[in-house]
Design a protein around this ligand. Sequence first.
Ligand SMILES: *[C@@H]1O[C@H](CO)[C@@H](O)[C@H](O)[C@H]1NC(C)=O
Ligand SMILES: *[C@@H]1O[C@H](CO)[C@@H](O)[C@H](O)[C@H]1NC(C)=O
Ligand SMILES: *[C@@H]1O[C@H](CO)[C@@H](O)[C@H](O)[C@H]1NC(C)=O
Ligand SMILES: *[C@@H]1O[C@H](CO)[C@@H](O)[C@H](O)[C@H]1NC(C)=O
Ligand SMILES: *[C@@H]1O[C@H](CO)[C@@H](O)[C@H](O)[C@H]1NC(C)=O
Ligand SMILES: *[C@@H]1O[C@H](CO)[C@@H](O)[C@H](O)[C@H]1NC(C)=O
Length: 312
Amino acid sequence: MKFNALQTVLALLAQLVVLTHARATINQQILSLKEANSTLIQYPTQITQNIVPKAIHSHNDYWRDVPLLTALSLGVASVEADVWLVNGTLFVGHEVQALTKDRTFDSLYVQPILQVLQVTNHRSPFTVNQTGANGVFDMDGGLPLQLLIDMKTDGPSTLPFVVKALQPLREKGFLTTFANGTLTVNQVTAVGTGNTPLDGVKALEPRDVFFDAPLTQLNDPSLNTTFDSTISPLASTDWESAIGWSGIGSISESQLGNLTQFIADAHALGIKARFWDTPEWPIFARNAIWQVLADNGADWLNADDLEAASSF
Ligand SMILES: *[C@@H]1O[C@H](CO)[C@@H](O)[C@H](O)[C@H]1NC(C)=O
Ligand SMILES: *[C@@H]1O[C@H](CO)[C@@H](O)[C@H](O)[C@H]1NC(C)=O
Ligand SMILES: *[C@@H]1O[C@H](CO)[C@@H](O)[C@H](O)[C@H]1NC(C)=O
Ligand SMILES: *[C@@H]1O[C@H](CO)[C@@H](O)[C@H](O)[C@H]1NC(C)=O
Ligand SMILES: *[C@@H]1O[C@H](CO)[C@@H](O)[C@H](O)[C@H]1NC(C)=O
Ligand SMILES: *[C@@H]1O[C@H](CO)[C@@H](O)[C@H](O)[C@H]1NC(C)=O
């Protein structure tokens, strides 16, 4: 008995030595591969390597030090740019006093998105049989990036400039498009919000700028619109006025009833639901609201604190 126990301990020790040795050998190999900048540990679409895409909307994304890329680095699959039309150019910022000549819709969004997509869609002898393009996320090439464009200046005059500004993405075939009765989901889905004119969006042919529909009015006859995903892949509403729960204490039955009704209305039309202006603080209240949203099928978490949302 005693002898057997000793034998077992010795056998375990021997195994540990082998494992430790194996781990050291592997770590050594990893180090040499890295030191030699070996091509074995490099691959072309590394730009978003290991980033898990998440259904988070980066509210006021342009406020971040580095718009778009910070969001992508956290796996955020929806970003938002506030655009102002001045002298024929779209500038990005929350208020006019925040605008500068360098921070344009083209320089902060269109060109960086194009660059990421050029990396994830690089051509090589291995891609010759590939049909269709990859999206921004290496881990889920089929997932589109949602680009919300909040038109701050007059809608009917701004929309044509937004359509024009998206041309570099359009000509590469990267934009989700509704044409000839068919909706084709591509790598970037552009959705107008703010002053975006519904009639202007409906008149686009082909249509590759869509309309952020009013989530609480999807079946409101006064809007003269049969909403569906060919007009609005997304419908949004202000949390405060639509639901009103602060996240502290329990959500009431009628608030929960409203919430599930709005989400069900959207889903019945093939539209995704988003609530904005959800409280950011206290943190426990913010998290309680995120939890209720996730539990009840809201499609996007609207977040200012992307790190918190991405680790939620
Ligand atoms: C590693 O190699 C790649 C090309 O294979 C090159 O682009 C990169 O600059 C190299 N990095 C370093 C640190 O040498
Ligand atoms: C718009 O154009 C006018 C006339 O050329 C010029 O005076 C003005 O500074 C421009 N505004 C901006 C924001 O560039
Ligand atoms: C592409 O398809 C052809 C025809 O099926 C095949 O012979 C070839 O090996 C494929 N190339 C790659 C890189 O998969
Ligand atoms: C839509 O149809 C028109 C006319 O038949 C054609 O020229 C155009 O290429 C089509 N567009 C798409 C995106 O299929
Ligand atoms: C809906 O149509 C009616 C009658 O044509 C019109 O008076 C009204 O302004 C339209 N509403 C919207 C939101 O376009
Ligand atoms: C919430 O639901 C109640 C009925 O339970 C309804 O009277 C109320 O109008 C709804 N609120 C909103 C914002 O639609």
